[in-house]
Design a protein around this ligand. Structure first.
Ligand SMILES: [Zn+2]
Ligand SMILES: [Zn+2]
Length: 288
């Protein structure tokens, strides 16, 4: 974490823990409106498969796709995307190829995210993929899972998915409980990667951007450039005084309508009264 603090401090940021909020990202210098606060590549990612349409594992594109002939799970638009993903997919491919063809149909994007999380950890430990201040498994370990708040039905589902991951990976140093906890971490922390028109393309885990909390009056906005998450200031953020995206507290007055966050649509709903209109333009309106 010291290495992360040093890297963030060079960008005018710092991570602090507040008793009531947990970890928060603070500004240690002024940020102008429009300025990039932080940009982060996903630690792991997986494309969506909505409406039967496949996407490239590298760039999430849909043109000229070819299926990986060995595992029949991954798709690529060309050799550069395949090459970029090969270090990780080589292990994933070998593991998936051993799975019965019918079983491979159960390998959803969520399952792939967790598979790739463990494979990336393995490659990091072996020095194949170097760990850096912003890209290392320790940052994943530090994420919250909120396991104690999860309903039993959901826990059973995580346990079933964890069993499948365990069956696919067959790694000696992982256990079902820990895998289930990682599913919960991803549910709380992973982001839906969208294109410029806010169409969902896939999911990614951004361990540093995940430190930023949500707010009903945010001072920055999260957009995606390719697969990278880019947080930009939408107002002047002054040194030391601001937290980006404070936690959501849906108002106690019952709202007449909610807006669904385009970034985390499954997890965050906000009452309209708390958003400036320019921000709401990108939100999906849900009358109650
Ligand atoms: Zn591609
Ligand atoms: Zn493959």
């Amino acid at each position: 974490m010291d290495e992360l603090q040093t890297t963030l401090s060079a960008r005018g940021l710092s991570v602090s823990t507040l008793p009531d909020k947990g970890r928060c990202l603070f500004a240690t210098r002024d940020f102008r409106p429009g300025e990039i606060v932080i940009s982060e590549k996903p630690y792991v990612w997986a494309p969506n498969k909505s409406g039967g349409e496949s996407r490239c594992d590298g760039c999430f594109g849909t043109s000229n796709l070819k299926k990986c002939s060995a595992c029949q799970v991954a798709w690529y638009c060309g050799s550069s995307c395949q090459k970029e993903d090969w270090k990780l997919h080589r292990l994933e491919c070998a593991a998936l190829s051993k799975l019965h063809k019918d079983r491979r149909k159960s390998v959803t994007p969520s399952i792939r995210l967790v598979l790739r999380l463990y494979l990336r950890r393995k490659l990091e430990a072996e020095g194949v993929i170097p760990a850096t201040a912003m890209e290392n498994y320790k940052l994943v370990e530090a994420l919250v899972s909120h396991m104690s708040d999860i309903e039993e039905k959901q826990l059973v589902l995580y346990a079933q998915m964890a069993n499948l991951v365990n069956l696919i990976l067959q790694l000696p140093d992982i256990n079902i409980k820990e895998i289930a906890e990682n599913f919960s971490k991803l549910a709380c922390n992973a982001h839906t990667i969208c294109d410029s028109e806010l169409r969902p393309l896939g999911n990614g885990l951004f361990p540093v951007v995940s430190i930023i909390n949500h707010s009903c009056l945010p001072n920055s906005v999260l957009v995606f450039e390719g697969k990278s998450a880019v947080v930009r200031a939408v107002q002047h953020i002054s040194k030391d005084s601001e937290r980006y995206w404070d936690s959501v507290s849906v108002t106690s007055n019952s709202p007449k309508s909610l807006y669904v966050c385009p970034v985390l649509p499954e997890h965050y709903l906000f009452p309209s009264a708390f958003y400036p209109s320019y921000w709401l333009k990108s939100f999906q309106y849900v009358p109650l």
